[in-house]
Design a protein around this ligand. Structure first.
Ligand code: GNR
Ligand code: NI
Length: 168
C-alpha cells in the first residue's frame, strides 16, 4: 500500500472533471486501497480520486468514530431527498488548515457501484450526507471554498500560495 500525494488549492488540476470508471480491475482495487490508506493517514473522513490527481469517479469515506468503517463509491450519482439545507463547518485535505460554514441539503440518496462493479444505493443524512456531497463536488472540479465569498476565497488562496512558496 502507498500513501499518495494530495493536491492543494489553488492547484488547477483540482478543477478537472472526473470521468466514469469503466474497468473494474486490479488496478482499481489497488488505487482504492491506496486512497483509503491516504485518507486514514491524513487523517480525513473522505477522499476523492481528483485530490490524488486521478481523474476518475472514485470516492472513499469513513465517518465512523472508530475509523473502521470504510465506504467506497464508484461512479456515484446523487439525488436530493430533502432540499432543506443544513450548515456544517467544512474542511478539506486540499485546503489544509481552513474551516468554513457551508450549507447543503440534509438528506440525499446515493446510487453507486462497489469495486466489483455491483450497484448499490444508500440514503445519507448528517455527516455522511455532508461528506458525500463534498466528495462528489471534487469529482466535478468543485471545492468547498467555491461556496464562500470571493474575498474569503482569495484570502485562503493567498495564504496557501505563500505556504507553498515557503515549502518550495
Ligand atoms: O477530512 C475531511 N473532513 C471534512 C469535514 C467537514 C466536511 C467535509 C470534510 S471532507 C474532509 C476530507 C476531504 O477533503 N475530502 O475531500
Ligand atoms: Ni475535500
Amino acid at each position: 500500500m502507498a500513501i499518495l500525494d494530495i493536491l492543494e488549492f489553488p492547484d488547477p488540476r483540482l478543477r478537472t472533471k472526473a470521468k466514469p470508471v469503466t474497468e473494474f480491475d486490479n488496478a482499481l482495487k489497488t488505487l482504492v486501497d491506496n486512497m483509503l490508506q491516504t485518507m486514514y493517514a491524513a487523517p480525513g473522513i473522505g477522499l476523492a480520486a481528483t485530490q490524488v490527481n486521478v481523474h476518475r469517479r472514485i470516492l472513499v469515506i469513513d465517518v465512523s468514530e472508530s475509523r473502521d468503517t470504510p465506504m467506497v463509491f464508484i461512479n456515484p450519482e446523487i439525488e436530493v431527498i430533502d432540499p432543506a439545507e443544513h450548515e456544517y463547518d467544512e474542511g478539506c485535505l486540499s485546503v489544509p488548515g481552513f474551516y468554513e460554514t457551508v450549507a447543503r441539503p440534509g438528506l440525499v440518496m446515493i446510487k453507486a457501484q462497489d469495486v466489483s462493479s455491483e450497484h448499490f444505493s444508500l440514503q445519507a443524512d448528517g455527516l455522511l450526507a455532508v461528506c458525500i456531497q463534498h466528495e462528489i463536488d471534487h469529482l466535478e472540479g468543485k471545492l468547498f471554498v467555491d461556496y464562500l465569498s470571493p474575498l474569503k476565497r482569495q484570502r485562503i488562496r493567498k495564504k496557501l500560495e505563500k505556504q507553498h512558496r515557503q515549502q518550495a
